[in-house]
Design a protein around this ligand. Structure first.
Ligand code: S3P
Length: 434
């Protein structure tokens, strides 16, 4: 067990400066996995510093992939090609749902059995969403009533034509990765468009993949047996980590923030439109494309914080950013309503319950619903003793809410921020003015 730490956040007057973010978590996981099954060496610059992405690297090592840390968060991975080695012990995914779900697609294509385990939070999270389609492709999987640990016996897979019942980029990537090992063409359809880093990364590693958008959803087709080749890449800054700084800036009319080298992938950037509608002024410069991913430099200025409704496709597109948007909602003029976000209940914590509990402790009025929250605006909050619920995004969201509260806020379990962003509290401190 890791020791618990607490952080005290004092109210701020303004947010000003520049933040350089660690590499995007979603892209880091996918690059590490694909680099492992590619031919040749990959150099992955600005690899995420988060513990989750370290879990992926640890699992790849257990599967016989050699890699080394170089300077400046660069990871050099020696690809083994599609055949990995049988692990000597269970694959430890730690707190990382992305590791377990996406890597299960790769181990399902291997000629050995492996066990995937996770920490207490991951052991409570639903895995039927990958078990069912991977089983249909021919893998043999046992679980604890749909939850980890998973025991996966891989082998000959056959292609599948599958419509995802829940909007999940992790499941989509899992099945496209499994499709690499399957005989025939795998077709994955998603009813609601989710982040497309799996599709973009597969192409970057030389895989041929067809894609089409249809209505609010999309489909991708991949042929089995394709070989991947290693890449040299620099991973753009994590947009979901940037969300905490953007929301902090949104709290103060006088704030000014620069975020260089930030991921601008359109399937992630809905956050920027929403924040602009909420009154943040955002401009993007030096936009460029690296291995199919858009990257740019953001300049933001605070304004009046307005309210908004997040529902339908937006809830899927903003799933990781809703906790921090909800945490600043009471300070907005009209408040925030979140609907269609039931998936938040099965993240690293029940994020709807966690946000509601912490907001209440800070004195906020709000209504908690099965699939979201309704938080009235124009409220004044006070500092309080809060809990992270062992969830990185809850710890960081409430550090932001604390900046405009009256009095100090103590966040217990603050160490969980390290799951995606170990230097978060220090970086936030550097841009707050008191
Ligand atoms: C992720 C997808 C999302 C998100 C998670 C990362 C990814 O999960 O919440 O933090 O990298 O594909 P779902 O696949 O469950 O929507």
């Amino acid at each position: 067990m890791k020791s618990e730490s607490q952080v005290v956040v004092r109210p701020a007057r303004n947010v000003r400066g520049s933040v350089q973010l660690p590499g995007d978590k979603s892209i880091s996981h996918r690059y590490a996995m694909l680099a492992g099954i590619a031919e040749g060496t990959s150099r992955l610059g600005n690899y995420s510093t988060g513990a989750d992405c370290a879990s992926t690297l640890g699992c790849m090592r257990s599967l016989g992939v050699e890699w080394e840390r170089k300077d400046g968060n660069t990871i050099e991975v020696k690809g083994r090609g599609l055949e990995l080695a049988a692990p000597g012990s269970a694959l430890d995914c730690g707190n990382s749902g992305s590791t377990m779900r996406m890597l299960s697609g790769i181990v399902a294509g291997q000629k050995f059995s492996s066990e995937m385990v996770g920490d207490e939070s991951l052991s409570r999270r639903p895995m039927e969403r990958v078990i069912k389609p991977l089983t249909a492709m021919g893998a043999k999987i046992t679980s604890q009533a749909g939850k980890p640990p998973l025991r996966i016996t891989g082998g000959e897979l056959k292609a599948i034509d599958y419509k995802l019942p829940v909007a999940s980029a992790q499941v989509k990537s899992c099945l496209l990765f499994a499709g690499l090992f399957a005989e025939g063409e795998t077709r994955i359809e998603e009813p609601m468009r989710t982040r497309d880093h799996g599709e973009v990364a597969l192409r970057a590693f030389g895989v041929k993949l067809e894609r089409r958008n249809s209505g609010q959803g999309s489909e991708a087709r991949i042929r089995g047996g394709q070989r991947l080749r290693g890449i040299e890449a620099s991973i753009p800054g994590d947009l979901s980590s940037a969300a905490f700084f953007l929301c902090a800036a949104a709290l103060f009319p006088g704030s000014q923030l620069a975020i260089p080298n930030l991921l601008m992938n359109p399937t992630r950037a809905r956050l920027l439109d929403i924040l602009m509608q909420m009154g943040l002024r955002i401009s993007v410069a030096q936009l460029e494309e690296i291995h199919g991913e858009m990257v740019g430099t953001l300049q933001v200025e605070g304004g009046t914080l307005k309210g908004i409704t997040i529902a339908g496709a937006d809830s899927a597109a903003l799933i990781d950013e809703i906790p921090v948007l909800a945490a600043i909602a009471p300070y907005s003029e009209q408040g925030i309503e979140v609907r269609d976000a039931k998936e938040l209940r099965v993240k690293e914590s029940d994020r709807i319950a966690a946000v509601a509990a912490n907001l209440r402790l800070m004195g906020a009025q709000m209504e908690e619903r099965e699939d979201g929250l309704r938080i009235p605006g124009g409220q004044t909050l006070h500092g309080a003793e809060l809990d992270s619920f062992g969830d990185h995004r809850i710890a960081m969201a409430f550090a932001v809410a604390a900046l405009r509260a009256n009095g100090e806020t103590m966040i217990r379990g603050a160490e969980s921020a390290a799951i995606s962003y170990p230097a978060f509290f220090q970086a936030l401190e550097e841009v707050t003015e008191r």
